[in-house]
Design a protein around this ligand. Structure first.
Ligand SMILES: Nc1nc2c(ncn2[C@@H]2O[C@H](COP(=O)(O)OP(=O)(O)OP(=O)(O)O)[C@@H](O)[C@H]2O)c(=O)[nH]1
Ligand SMILES: [Mg+2]
Length: 402
């Protein structure tokens, strides 16, 4: 076996040299491009290197023969499939060398093309980064990736920019390059922006602590009530009464009744503000009364006003606005605006398990200026609920898995 390495400024020249020295039986074993520096390192020049051999069995080493094998573009060794593979004839004519129309020549060119595509991808990514940097010139370069991570996770631009700039001012220069250190500091900052209320607790000596859950349709209010009731009743051994004012749908009543039966809690279904007041006082022996409400479209002013009247009659100790983590920022904003007129003391975020980005939680908490009480993480009752913790949400915003 006779192995030789050839070097030339272009693939075509290199292949021509291979053919001249080793003939058409030569098998190409390896190609690569590399950069050499000239003029004391000031000038860069690209070179192509081909290792070819003679006296090998065709195909035995995975190499490519000049002739007479059939073209097999897909056989290029372990390289990504080139996106811009030109037809073989075009390559040959463009380079003006017969050698390039041979299968091995094509393969080598494909390898070269793959390398070029790889380089192009890197260049485009680099370019995109630069464009983004130009669009946000105020963001320090060392922390630009961290800024982008926040943006990609839906944190509002202004907030992300303020946070990153603030951090840049306070961090020592040698810390800026320590990725984990920087991420921990960002998590610290996010945590400070995520106030939490802790779990529902009963502060009074007499009478039940009354909690109502309100929010748009289908966000998980009833499921969350069931989780809370089960936790309080089964784990904390507190007596829990349940009330629903969702009389519009039989299925909704059945849904809560099923949970009430399992945990052996009394359930009242009420249809008017007066009934609600009476139902709450009939549960005076309970430690907690949880009120489930029908989902309301934030656009339905009439129903929102009705909800307000109900809640005023019940006089709950706390009202939690339930929002799904999966909804768009616009939907969340509309819900916040409209439900704030009803009454909001705390926020619950559901469906964290389904959310692609969690930054919206931060935006909403800041807009509403109310603390987070719970987050829910799945459909299982009662397992999939957690008392909200700022650090945990911060880490989720920074891309941690649930
Ligand atoms: N993946 C996931 N699904 C949830 C979660 N919480 C609730 N769900 C599901 O969301 C759907 C709606 O839940 P409900 O509790 O009926 O929602 P609701 O807000 O009471 O709905 P309406 O009363 O119709 O307004 C159900 O299929 C629940 O199982 C959660 O944390 N994660
Ligand atoms: Mg419901």
């Amino acid at each position: 076996m006779n192995l030789q390495t050839f070097k030339a400024p272009t693939m075509a020249e290199c292949l021509a040299e291979v053919k001249k020295v080793m003939g058409t039986d030569a098998v190409i074993l390896h190609t690569r491009t590399y950069v050499i520096r000239q003029w004391l390192g000031f000038r860069r020049r690209e070179m192509v290197e081909i290792t070819a051999g003679r006296g090998l069995n065709n195909g035995a080493r995975g190499g490519r023969r000049f002739a007479p094998a059939q073209p097999k573009y897909m056989e290029a060794p372990a390289q990504p499939k080139p996106m811009l593979a030109p037809p073989q004839q075009e390559i040959a004519s463009a380079n003006g060398h017969g050698v390039l129309s041979s299968p091995a020549g094509s393969t080598a060119i494909m390898v070269g093309l793959s390398n070029d595509v790889g380089k192009l991808t890197t260049m485009v990514t680099d370019l995109l980064g630069r464009v983004r940097m130009q669009q946000s010139p105020e963001i320090p370069e060392e922390l630009f990736d961290d800024y982008m991570l926040l943006i990609e996770n839906q944190v509002e631009k202004d907030l992300a920019a303020d946070l990153i700039k603030g951090l840049h001012r306070t961090l020592r220069p040698d810390h800026l390059s320590q990725k984990q250190f920087v991420r921990d500091k960002i998590a610290d900052q996010l945590e400070k922006l995520l106030p939490t209320s802790g779990p529902i607790t009963r502060s009074k000596a007499f009478g039940p602590h009354v909690v109502a859950l309100i929010g748009p349709t289908g966000v998980g209010k009833t499921t969350t009530i069931a989780k809370l009731a089960a936790k309080l009743q089964l784990e904390e051994k507190r007596k829990v009464g349940l009330i629903t004012i969702d009389t519009y749908r039989i299925a909704a009543i059945d849904q809560l009744k099923k949970y009430a039966d399992i945990i052996r809690s009394p359930l009242r279904v009420v249809g008017s503000a007066e009934d609600l007041r009476e139902a709450v006082s009939s549960m005076s022996d309970c430690d907690f009364v949880l009120i489930d409400t029908a989902g309301r479209s934030p656009k339905d002013t009439l129903k929102l006003n009705e909800l307000k009247t109900f809640l005023e009659a019940a006089g709950p100790d706390e009202v939690h606005l339930v929002l799904s983590t999966t909804v768009s920022r616009e939907c969340a904003e509309l819900a916040i605006e409209r439900f704030a007129d009803v009454r909001v003391d705390k926020l619950i975020f559901t469906k964290l398990d389904e959310a692609r980005h969690v930054g919206n939680v931060l935006n909403v908490v800041r807009a509403v200026k109310k603390p987070l009480s719970y987050v829910t993480t799945g459909q299982d009752v009662p397992a999939d609920i957690e008392v909200a913790r700022g650090r945990r949400i911060a880490q989720l915003i920074l891309g941690s898995e649930l």
